[in-house]
Design a protein around this ligand. Sequence first.
Ligand code: ZN
Ligand code: ZN
Length: 285
Amino acid sequence: MQDWVWYLDKWNMFGWLVLVIVLERLFPARPGKMLNRGWGYDLIHMYDPWIRSFIIGAAALLLTPYLKALPFAGVMASKSIWFNFLVLIVVSESTFYAVHRATHKYPLLWEFHRVHHSSSTYYSLMTSRFHVLDACLFAIPYVLVAAYLGVRGEALMAMSVFQGFSDRYVHGNIKPPRFTGYIFSNPTFHSWHHSNHPEARNKNFSRDFSFMDWLFGTAYYPEGKIPTVFGEPSYPVNYFVQQGLPFYNIYKRFKGKPKAAPKHLSAPVSARATPELIQSPVAER
Ligand SMILES: [Zn+2]
Ligand SMILES: [Zn+2]
């Protein structure tokens, strides 16, 4: 059992990464390179999760005893693995969706989430490009609700393997089967969220499944079109600068001084797209 978990963990760390790059070469949505600006730093984001793990683990250790005292705590422990997995999908998608909308709505949260949106190329290696605090903000509600419900370890492991693939796949420069966008947040669906096209503002907040966007009216999935303009070409790609810059920008914001980045790039993505940056989406090939 321990061996099996060890191999699965290693596959999660390295196997999906290679498989999704292969899919990008086989089914590209747009002409593109395998390695883009900042790819080396993107690997640091991918393989340097210890600060995140420490903060998330500390939050779980501190708060779980209080959650365990609440009514219905641990209710999932006696249920089947499949039911646990289904509940975990709902927990993951609903907490992610709520936090994600908040990160786009509130300027202080946006400064941290902006790191994830900074890549001007849509490709799988930028999947893990997150500010540490932004990543924790997304993960902590998921971990706490799962701990409160007593979700079984097997379901948590299965979700981790599924998301190991899905998170990379949705950020891939890949042309997916169209019908999958009505079930999953596929690469076309999520690429609209990262785009600078005004028609896609504040759309497609989902993580792996798209039902939250369809339910709450924030889905944007036009037929026959894909986005072409992404991110902020002037945002630094250096991992360490990316961890510090949000604090600097927030300091500037409080001081009322101009931001480090050009003015048209400093607002939440909902207000960020400008005519200079916008190009028409292209028809799918
Ligand atoms: Zn976002
Ligand atoms: Zn993304």
